[in-house]
Design a protein around this ligand. Structure first.
Ligand code: DP6
Length: 346
């Protein structure tokens, strides 16, 4: 007999960036962060988790058709935590099948090309954790699952929720209070839009895991960012989202992206995630905002050159129109993926 459960998890893009760990094993961050969850019709991971006493003895994971190594500490931590919760359930209800003792088979598919350099670890680990939790019929809340997904990849904890999502850095050494929480549901601000501009030949240079560790160890700008700038911006951002104040949302988003990339440049050796095409996108957004006479668009960049632009539906013409023209005329862009904000499905 094979037991099976399927789920999907969305991509999230931070507007206040997670960059730096105080505990690399548990992925406990040096600062809180805040993200917007993108629509699953555009970007998501679909995952089926199954288990069976007749499976080969070891756990396995297939991503977009190719076998992945599951022996890494992060995947192992997720498997272990979920099995422990299932064991507790089996102990309390002896009639339940002993799924915790069966090998797991995980099959994941992204609906976007992994080669495009889009962050997929967030949706990937969030989907993996939720699929196994569903398979095990765990009564766990998204908050509890966020604690497990965080151990897979820090940013994954935010993909357990829809809409506007915070990740509290927490203070406990065991990570028990380092969890994701809902700032506002997607329905609160339905006019929000995102477009991802994919830079061609986007190969990831320095991985976020390595990059942030080096930044923490060597950047002299970093302590001020983690201890002063981000805590202040978290409050500003939460207030802006709750008040649907796009101007503040946009200004803080752009400032935080630039502050994060400044600490990357201040790292030894320096880390460059933005390229000339990324910088051209920044200029276009600045121009659009200047022409509009107010802030109608905001850019943000993760650990790579792809731009994510946030704007409101009412500014669709100014923003999307201009970028479409830019994509058509200028070299260096591979394509664009428009997106709405996703509601919480759980
Ligand atoms: C720049 O979550 O990929 O996208 O915890 O080491 O897996 P690990 O890092 P990861 O880092 C994401 C960094 C970022 C900012 C963000 O998403 O908040």
């Amino acid at each position: 007999k094979v037991y099976r459960a399927s789920t999907t998890a969305p991509v999230n893009i931070a507007v206040i960036k997670y960059w730096g760990k105080r505990d690399p094993k548990l992925n406990l961050p040096t600062n809180s962060s805040l993200s917007v969850t993108l629509s699953q019709s555009d970007l998501r991971t679909h995952t089926t988790a199954s288990c069976s006493p007749s499976y080969p003895t070891s756990d396995s994971l297939l991503l977009n058709g190719s076998p992945q190594d599951v022996s890494g500490a992060r995947t192992q931590a997720c498997f272990r935590e979920l099995r422990t919760l299932r064991q507790a359930l089996e102990a309390s209800k002896p009639s339940l099948p002993k799924l915790s003792t069966y090998p797991l088979k995980i099959v994941s598919e992204n609906n976007f090309p992994t080669a495009a350099g889009l962050a997929s670890s967030a949706a990937g680990f969030a989907a993996l954790v939720r699929a196994i939790a569903d398979l095990y019929e765990l009564p766990a809340t998204p908050t509890e699952l966020s604690k497990i997904a965080r151990q897979g990849s820090g940013s994954a904890c935010r993909s357990l929720f829809g809409g506007y999502v915070g990740w509290d850095k927490g203070t406990a050494a065991d990570g028990s209070d380092s969890v994701a929480y809902e700032v506002a549901p997607a329905a609160h601000w339905p006019a929000m839009r995102a477009v991802i501009l994919v830079v061609s030949a986007a190969k990831k240079g320095v991985s976020s895991t390595t990059g942030m560790q080096t930044t923490v160890a060597t950047s002299s700008l970093f302590p001020a960012r983690a201890n002063e700038t981000v805590p202040r911006r978290m409050k500003e951002m939460e207030t802006a989202v709750k008040a649907k104040d796009f101007e503040t949302f946009a200004r803080v988003t752009m400032k935080d992206s630039n502050s994060f990339h400044a600490t990357c440049l201040d790292t030894e050796p320096p880390i460059f995630y933005l390229n000339d095409v990324s910088r051209a996108a920044i200029k276009v957004v600045e121009e659009v905002n200047k022409e509009a006479g107010k802030t109608v668009a905001a850019y943000t960049f993760d650990a790579g050159p792809n731009a994510v632009i946030y704007y409101l539906e009412e500014s669709e013409k100014e923003v999307a129109g201009l970028f479409k023209a830019m994509l058509g005329e200028k070299e260096g862009w591979e394509g664009a993926r428009g997106s709405k904000v996703e509601a919480n499905k759980s």
